[in-house]
Design a protein around this ligand. Structure first.
Ligand SMILES: *Cc1c(COP(=O)(O)O)cnc(C)c1O
Length: 432
């Protein structure tokens, strides 16, 4: 039986690397060679791989209660995790719905928003807004509220249309940011004046759009978008699947931005990167709109492994460590120091947000899976670094346990690769 890899053209892909074990930010391959995981295994890993406290929590929990369905039941791991999250999340969010991955957290949030208006007898509020360049997962609903791309093309006939608000992307030394923000806000104003009454909610990745290439915006921009949506009574759904749990230098991007979403979606770092777990968190007003004698007003939605005790125990261990040691806070200043090692004539749009440093390699070619990004990935791997460019965007977003020396070695490897004269002429061989 073949193992079909995610996001991969299987015909041209090189054989996958076999990982024997992992510790800290380091992957150890079958042949004993080491690969430094500079992207936290798709932005999930928080404290380092195979962390003993998380491993122990998983083992202990598995010995006493491995799983029970959540409808009609509860258990200590989910109650303790929820109490811990209550101390971490904004106070205006009072109800938490668990699921198992980012896409399900988003689908749950979208259904909550739609049914909220349905229950309030305002069924005309049934459409969504999202940002240009947004990504919210790979299920049909999540694809519908994102920028269309090579990823979504075959499914276009079944996706519903979502108007996309311009995203005022910015970077270090960007002199045009205010102009871009004003243009985006003007677009939003005129769109909402015409269509605001039909919009249930806007979905957005706050501060950093991950999958479209670590595109960043200013907190001021988010606050201005919120104000406009509030004028039209539109709910705001934050997709913090990537930005949550310290990735932006604060526990959550909404806290860093000083904004209050109505619905907050979490996944990736929630379990520390050990096991799949997601959550959709919302306000008292939204929760109350589902409470009634009538079962049809309830959120009739769920996922089989919702609230799995082993996963909750792992997440509790991770969240406790994150509260005790906010190791994510130091990363941005490390990135800013080390970025001096990069060949600045070869890169543009250098940007930082907490644990994320990103920039674009100066090239015409920018498509995901293009020859260039595959070549770059291969070059980094051959030097022992897991760095996975998105188009021409090269970024680092490591586990918070990484040492400054390890991080420095990644910057030096990038500098070495970008200085190779043949790089600019490779690529363009294949798309995906
Ligand atoms: C990864 C990601 C998702 C999807 O999460 P999955 O667990 O892969 O389904 C959704 N939104 C954002 C911002 C993500 O980074």
């Amino acid at each position: 039986m073949r193992i079909w890899q995610p996001f991969t053209q299987m015909q041209t892909a090189s054989a996958p690397l076999k990982v024997r074990s992992a510790s800290g930010a380091m992957l150890i391959l079958e042949d004993g060679s080491h690969v430094l995981d500079c992207i936290a295994s798709w932005w999930t890993n928080v404290h380092g791989h195979s962390h003993p406290a998380i491993a122990e929590a998983i083992y202990k929990q598995a010995l006493s209660l491995e799983h029970v369905m959540l409808a009609g039941f509860t258990h200590e791991p989910i109650e303790r995790l929820t109490a811990c999250l209550e101390t971490m999340l904004p106070k205006h969010l009072t109800s938490i719905f668990y699921s198992d991955n980012g896409s399900t957290a988003i689908e749950t949030g979208m259904k909550m928003a739609l049914q909220y208006w349905h229950n309030l007898r305002q069924p005309e509020k049934c459409r969504f807004l999202a940002f240009q360049g947004g990504y919210h997962g790979d299920t049909v609903g999540a694809m519908s509220v994102a920028e269309r791309s090579v990823f979504t093309k075959p499914f276009e006939p079944v996706l519903f249309a979502t108007p996309l608000v311009p995203f005022a992307e910015t970077w270090e030394g960007d002199g045009d940011v205010q102009t871009k923000e004003a243009a985006a806000l003007a677009w939003l104003d005129s769109y909402l004046d015409q269509n605001g009454r039909h919009i249930a909610a806007m979905l957005l990745e706050p501060l950093v759009q991950g999958a479209s290439g670590m595109r960043m915006c200013r907190p001021e921009f988010l606050r201005a978008v919120h104000a406009k949506l509030a004028e039209h009574g539109i709910l705001v759904i934050y997709d913090e699947v990537m930005t949550g749990f310290g990735r932006t230098g604060a526990l959550l991007a909404c806290q860093k931005a000083g904004t209050q979403p109505d619905i907050l979606c979490l996944a990736k770092g929630l379990s520390g990167g050990a096991l799949p777990l997601a959550a959709t968190v919302t306000t008292e007003a939204i929760f109350q709109a589902f409470c009634d004698e009538d079962v049809s007003k309830a959120l009739l939605h769920g996922h089989t492994y919702t609230g799995n005790p082993i996963v909750c125990a792992a997440a509790l261990a991770s969240c406790q460590m994150l509260c005790e040691n906010p190791a994510y806070e130091k990363l941005e200043s490390w990135h800013r120091d080390l970025a001096a090692l990069l060949p600045h004539d070869k890169i543009e749009r250098l940007r930082f947000c907490g644990g994320i440093c990103a920039f674009n390699y100066k090239t015409e070619e920018a498509t995901y899976g293009s020859g260039l990004s595959l070549d770059l990935k291969r070059e980094f791997l051959s030097r022992g670094f897991l760095i996975r460019p998105i188009g021409s965007c090269i970024y680092l977003s490591p586990s918070y346990c990484i040492s400054k020396d390890e991080l420095r070695s990644a910057y030096l490897a990038i500098a070495q690769v970008l200085e190779q004269p043949q790089l600019a002429t490779t690529g363009s061989s294949s798309l995906l």
